[in-house]
Design a binder for this molecule. Structure first.
Ligand code: URA
Length: 191
């Protein structure tokens, strides 16, 4: 399949990237995952959420009954790896990079996928897709803003945070998965 951003040089992230990581999944899609930015594995493979975070995310969504290849569109706010600092910590994309990339690509991707629910993964995705701080918005549905306007958004803590500290974030993560399951697969009304 073709990648419309393969030769994009519209922001500074184009300087350090290897592959432009556009998006994966069906159109239309039942759910859409929007992360922050490709990590190092994604930068090498050219596919979103294929590293350790992706494994946890994919396992979690399978466990609530989502069939990822046929039901979930996966992408990020920005399509290029932002690089890392001297300690090896990944850099966050800046506001200008996010504005440019979401208006050029993410808006169109979401309007092609027309998901019933968008999962905003991590604090930056929560801020840009529902305008809320993650701590006060996680694991609940909100109306989308900007590129997510017209869609429902549930912010989730980033699986990278869960992998760094399971004691702290493990239960919150499980609750988030359950909230997604309830939204997408509501139980039939009881008699
Ligand atoms: N983390 C993200 O936010 N996005 C990816 O694609 C991979 C890891």
């Amino acid at each position: 399949d073709t990648n419309p951003a393969a030769n994009c040089y519209q922001c500074g992230l184009s300087a350090r990237r290897n592959k432009v990581v556009y998006g994966d999944g069906p159109n239309p899609a039942l759910g859409a995952i929007v992360g922050e930015a490709p990590g190092q594995s994604e930068n090498l493979y050219g596919r979103p959420f294929v590293g350790a975070s992706g494994k946890l995310l994919r396992e979690g969504l399978s466990s609530i009954g989502l069939d990822i290849p046929t039901e979930v569109y996966i992408t990020n706010l920005v399509k290029c790896w932002p690089g890392h600092d001297a300690k090896g910590k990944q850099l966050a994309p800046n506001a200008e990079e996010i504005r440019t990339c979401t208006s050029l690509y993410l808006k169109g991707q979401l309007n092609a996928a027309t998901p019933t629910l968008i999962l905003a993964i991590g604090a930056l995705a929560a801020k840009w897709l529902c305008g809320k701080a993650l701590a006060s918005s996680a694991n609940q549905p909100w109306p989308g803003i900007g590129p997510a306007e017209g869609y429902a958004v549930i912010p989730l803590y980033h699986p990278a945070a869960v992998l760094r500290n399971r004691k702290k974030w493990g239960l919150t993560w499980e609750k988030g998965l359950k909230a997604v399951g309830r939204y997408l697969f509501p139980p039939p009304p009881s008699e």
